[in-house]
Design a protein around this ligand. Structure first.
Ligand SMILES: *Cc1c(COP(=O)(O)O)cnc(C)c1O
Length: 420
């Protein structure tokens, strides 16, 4: 396989950012984020589109602010994310709350009372909403009976998934709706991350059937899960391609039902994954003999990017040295945690794999690409007491801003209560 290349950084920027802020450090590009926001806003649609950023992918308030400025609304997956979005400047009406964990009745009243839409993901959640807000409108997440994800761990549809109201529970749904005089205004499905475009399109079709069953539906939200190629041999889902047949379905629905449905999508990964890089330093190099392997040890690990250990995900790795020799080497790249699974180049089952890289020395930098989604936000933070990694944003005017400080050691144990 060919060597991977830097995406939005150049070698000079790698050196200057690492020298200014230390390593490891996440770097995000505002220009890339804006391009992705614009691509989401031009998703094919028949009667209007609202893209929502699944903020769990990267909840830094500065990223949220950029998206808000460029017309992206929010998918919040917990009551805490709702507050975080508000804190960054979003208005309550721009947020849809779709949570696995139901809030308390008091919190639900507060959140919905301010104007945020609540998406009921279970019969219990639907009943809870009905009790608090009888005679109003509700959104509902349906598990359409099939799912698709890049891995089993990211598949959130079908019989093995707890996400959403099971599609055969429609009679129970109708009972609850009648009991509390609720009307369904939004039908929602989200089947997994890195899903097969064909399955996604099939689910769009099923979702419209629920819009037919619930005649007051005005909004259809098809979730996210659009596959993103991080490595150069992986392919990203093209919004124009996947959206065109879905637009046709909406037009057909209007011809048959006489209703113009508004489309919502909820990309997380595809809005941010390739807008972030992680700069680490090569701290050590070891080998396991002539029949063994060569290993490169970084000053980052699963506490900054858990995806390789969790899913066997591949991220481009680019060695950036002071004096490039042009030579290459086959190495396993490992993280700094005392945990055998902390390997950045591994197969799905956890087997370490070598990667062809430019020859490097201890002290050189290693840039990991495709780390904008589910890395800073989904790490095994503070494992081995390594501090949380700082984040830097390169703004559109090419200025470099620190948007999260490196965590201090004392912050790691500040909530600990040391008994005398
Ligand atoms: C996580 C999530 C998304 C985004 O998924 P991606 O794979 O990051 O695009 C969208 N909608 C809901 C409800 C989610 O939980």
């Amino acid at each position: 396989m060919d060597l991977e290349k830097l995406r939005f950084l150049n070698e000079e920027e790698v050196h200057s950012i690492a020298e200014t802020f230390g390593t490891p450090v996440f770097v995000y590009s505002e220009s890339e984020l804006i391009q992705r926001a614009e691509a989401a806003r031009s998703f094919p649609n028949a009667f209007g589109i609202t893209p929502r950023f699944a903020m769990k992918a990267n909840p830094n308030g500065n990223i949220l602010k950029i998206f808000r400025k460029h017309g992206i609304h929010i998918d919040a997956s917990s009551e805490f994310e709702v507050e975080r979005a508000l804190h960054s400047g979003y208005s309550p009406e721009e947020i849809l709350f779709t949570g696995q964990q139901p809030p308390s009745e008091a919190r639900l009243r507060e959140i919905v009372g301010r104007g945020t839409d609540y998406n009921a993901c279970s019969l219990y959640q639907l009943e809870l909403y009905g009790k608090c807000f009888p005679g109003t409108e509700i959104s509902m997440r349906i598990n359409p009976g099939l799912g698709s994800g890049g891995t089993k761990k990211t598949d959130v549809g079908g019989t093995t998934s707890s996400f959403g109201i099971w599609h055969e529970s429609i009679p129970e749904v109708k009972e609850i709706l009648n009991k509390y005089s609720l009307k369904v205004k939004r039908i929602h499905t989200h089947i997994g991350s890195g899903s097969d475009p064909e399955v996604w399109k099939a689910v769009a079709k099923y979702t419209l059937e629920y819009a037919e069953i619930f005649p007051e539906t005005r909004i259809v939200n098809l979730g996210g899960g659009f596959k993103v190629g991080r490595m150069s041999d992986e392919i990203s889902t093209d919004f124009q391609k996947i959206g065109a047949p879905v637009k046709e379905l909406f037009l057909e629905f209007e011809r048959k039902q006489g209703r113009k449905l508004h489309l919502e999508i909820e990309p997380g990964t595809s809005l941010v994954a390739n807008c972030g890089s992680l700069i680490s330093r090569i701290m050590d190099k070891v080998h396991t003999g002539p029949k063994g392997m060569k290993f490169i040890k970084l000053d980052s690990g699963m506490d900054s990017n858990t995806r390789p250990s969790l899913y066997g995900s591949r991220h481009p790795l680019i060695a950036v040295g002071k004096k490039p020799s042009g030579a290459t080497e086959e190495c396993v790249v490992v993280g700094h945690c005392c945990e055998s699974g902390d390997v950045f180049t591994q197969e799905m089952g956890g087997e370490p794999m070598t990667r062809k890289l430019s020859e490097s020395e201890i002290g050189d930098y290693m840039v990991m690409e495709g780390v904008g989604a589910y890395c800073a936000s989904m790490s095994t933070k503070n494992y081995n007491s390594f501090p949380e990694v700082p984040e830097v944003l390169i703004s559109e005017d090419k200025k470099i801003h620190l948007i999260r400080k490196r965590q201090e050691l004392s912050q790691i144990f500040q909530n600990e209560i040391l008994l005398p």
